[in-house]
Design a protein around this ligand. Structure first.
Ligand SMILES: O=C(O)[C@H]1NCC[C@@H]1O
Length: 344
């Protein structure tokens, strides 16, 4: 056996969504800030292609690269690689990273509760992990500032017609559409149709509404479409199922932490969820994130919230990815039979 690289991975999923973690074998990329380092990974593409493309990856996969933190308040930083983007923040991936850091002993675990500060490219997040017998059983993430952008706006969507949507940021950027209006009940057997519809809505929202983060103009597109069921109340707690469509074409198996944060920002803006109130997000496979509006802040003159999300993650294995120097596809390949063509 021979290899020109050895990338050590602890594989993980959070409430159903894969979030593998590179724990060794990759040097930190250049950049003065974590955001700059994440832009380097996005533009260079070598690591993204090696890890995400076939034959090592697939469109279902997200990969997180651990790097030393730039901010002295954080114990560790990480760069998130998703199939279409290298985003500022991710809920399910932050749960996987915190779980791998604690369960594999990279950072010390204190039972029954471990507190961490982690640095995502989009900002610091505070972790509170409930730990027992060497396992982080439930992880809460205090997310970056989240805000509603455009409320109750009409867009024209190919094959659908006029559709009323909201846009919001919850660590990543969303267009949020009503599942009932679109005729979806958000059952797992609708997954393929949800993807087709969600990609069209994301495409239309990017063309007709757009998005630019007020503090980071480099994040200037809408990443995801969240097809969201109306809020109901279970034992007095606001609850809603969602299907978040991830480009180039898959559904988040988790309830999507950045999506729940964006939804809470919209609900807060509409006066339907107050500071201190809980929101339970449910995914298409029935997994849940227990979320809350922790506080309010100001985002360049517009109201924003500080959301939290809590869920569970499990390590599924370890892997060492190798590259034989004679392999003619060092960056792998994507084919549209399993890797949909991106409409946006
Ligand atoms: O939980 C989240 O925020 C994410 N899950 C996969 C795509 C999003 O980043």
């Amino acid at each position: 056996m021979r290899s020109s690289k050895v990338i050590h991975v602890v594989s993980c999923h959070a409430e159903g969504e894969v979030g593998d973690v590179i724990v060794g074998g990759v040097a930190p990329p250049p950049g003065d800030t974590l955001w700059e380092q994440s832009r380097w990974i996005a533009q260079d593409e070598t690591l993204r292609n090696f890890m995400l493309n076939e034959p090592r990856g697939g469109v279902f996969r997200h990969v997180n690269l651990l790097v030393p933190s730039k901010d002295p308040r954080a114990q560790m930083a990480w760069i998130i690689m998703e199939p279409a983007d290298t985003p500022p923040m991710s809920g399910s991936n932050s749960l996987c990273v915190a779980t791998v850091l604690l369960d594999s002993g990279i950072l010390p675990m204190t039972e029954p509760v471990t507190h961490l500060v982690l640095e995502a490219p989009g900002g610091l997040v505070e972790i509170t992990a409930q730990c027992r017998d060497g396992k982080a059983e439930k992880v809460e993430v205090r997310n970056v500032a989240s805000f509603a952008d455009k409320i109750d706006r009409w867009i024209e969507v190919e094959g659908i017609g006029s559709l009323q949507v909201d846009t919001a940021y919850g660590g990543d950027s969303f267009v949020i559409a009503d599942a009932q209006q679109l005729g979806f009940s958000l059952h797992a057997d609708e997954a393929a149709d949800l993807v087709t519809t969600g990609l069209k809505i994301t495409h239309a929202a990017n063309e007709q509404l757009g998005f630019t983060h007020p503090l980071n103009p480099e994040w200037s597109h809408i990443s995801f479409c969240q097809i969201a069921a109306p809020v109901s109340h279970e034992s007095g707690v606001a609850t809603a199922t969602n299907a978040v469509v991830i480009r180039p074409g898959k559904i988040d198996r988790s309830p999507c932490g950045t999506g729940c944060s964006a939804r809470m920002a919209v609900l807060h803006e509409k006066g339907q969820l107050k500071v201190g109130e809980r929101f339970i997000g449910r995914s298409i496979i029935g997994s849940t994130f227990d979320c809350r509006i922790e506080g309010q802040c100001d985002m360049e003159g517009r109201p924003a919230i500080i959301p939290s999300l809590a869920g569970r993650a499990w390590i599924t294995g370890t892997h060492q990815h190798l590259l034989d120097p004679s392999d003619p596809w060092p960056e792998g390949y994507q084919l549209s039979d399993t890797w949909p063509r991106d409409l946006t």
